[in-house]
Design a protein around this ligand. Sequence first.
Ligand SMILES: *[C@@H]1O[C@H](CO)[C@@H](O)[C@H](O)[C@H]1NC(C)=O
Ligand SMILES: *[C@@H]1O[C@H](CO)[C@@H](O)[C@H](O)[C@H]1NC(C)=O
Ligand SMILES: *[C@@H]1O[C@H](CO)[C@@H](O)[C@H](O)[C@H]1NC(C)=O
Length: 325
Amino acid sequence: MFSKQPHNAQLPFYRRKRVLLVLLGLVLVVVIVIAVGLGVGLTRGGGGEEEEGEAPTLPTRPPTPSEAWQPAVNSSWQIVLLSPLNVSEDATSVEPDVEVFDIDLFINDRETIDTLHRLNKKVICYFSAGSSEDWRPDFDDFDESDLGNDLDDWPGERWLNLSSPNVRGIMERRIIMAAEKGCDAVDPDNVDGYQNDNGLDLTEQDSVDMMAFLAGVTSRHQLSIGLKNAGDIIPTVLPIVQFSVNEQCVEYGECDTFRPFIEDNKPVFHIEYPSSAPSISQNTRQDYCRDSGDGDGSEEFSTVLKDMDLSGWVEYCSGMSATTQ
Ligand SMILES: *[C@@H]1O[C@H](CO)[C@@H](O)[C@H](O)[C@H]1NC(C)=O
Ligand SMILES: *[C@@H]1O[C@H](CO)[C@@H](O)[C@H](O)[C@H]1NC(C)=O
Ligand SMILES: *[C@@H]1O[C@H](CO)[C@@H](O)[C@H](O)[C@H]1NC(C)=O
């Protein structure tokens, strides 16, 4: 960027002095910015395993996908991961009548996605980008050396080495599958291994690099991509993702962390798991749906109340509930 500037030596002395002063000023600003960045990086964190010296950075910024879908803030949605949707090809409606469906990439077929499109729905396809799941058809493509510790409470799942070229190749093929099935977006899960006992020394920077890799692939295939949870890396990856999928920010009192999405005109698809689901009292619903106290910062989040299995049942903050077949 400096190549078009005349060389210092060609300037009269007084101009050179001014240039020097300006340069000194610039250096000072850069030093302050780095110092502040370090401070922020050190005070953030929250339960992270690794010691981090500086905020993670994007390796390169992939081109903004021109044809990819940018969902709107406050879009209505449903998420069903437990089983495939059962919608017939000649269906005239689907329950509930919301704008966006987040469904499992592997177990739903192209016909289901075509039908949802015909009914004017957008489709986000879910897969795990940061854990192996031993029941997936491409599971044998992972090398044993790609796999870390088991995920607590999720049998058959192990953390993945996000830097492994083999793992990235598998995730690229999954995104291509999403494009071939006609998905509008992908919801890559488990990219926050750094917050967990993963056995692979995963860092925030590994997660940022993985998101940059995935966003590069989605943008080449005209798909949108969301960031699942991973609050710590939002400031870094916000420019390359189109939405957030968040679990339990009200329960953990951290919705403010996800607020930058709304300010960037990107929706937060927000899930809470009341233990009493599916018979939630009005008080419980109001607790999970409030935008003060533990819900501070959650205005205009797209909130759904779900059971932990992510079955077809859903309830909304309006009190409306429905079951998708
Ligand atoms: C958000 O969407 C709901 C319907 O899903 C609507 O009732 C509400 O008015 C919307 N809020 C804003 C601020 O647009
Ligand atoms: C799908 O829905 C159809 C029509 O409601 C029903 O006959 C069929 O049993 C359902 N299939 C499954 C696997 O639930
Ligand atoms: C993860 O993969 C990278 C790239 O192949 C490798 O350099 C690194 O050693 C691996 N990490 C572990 C913990 O195996």
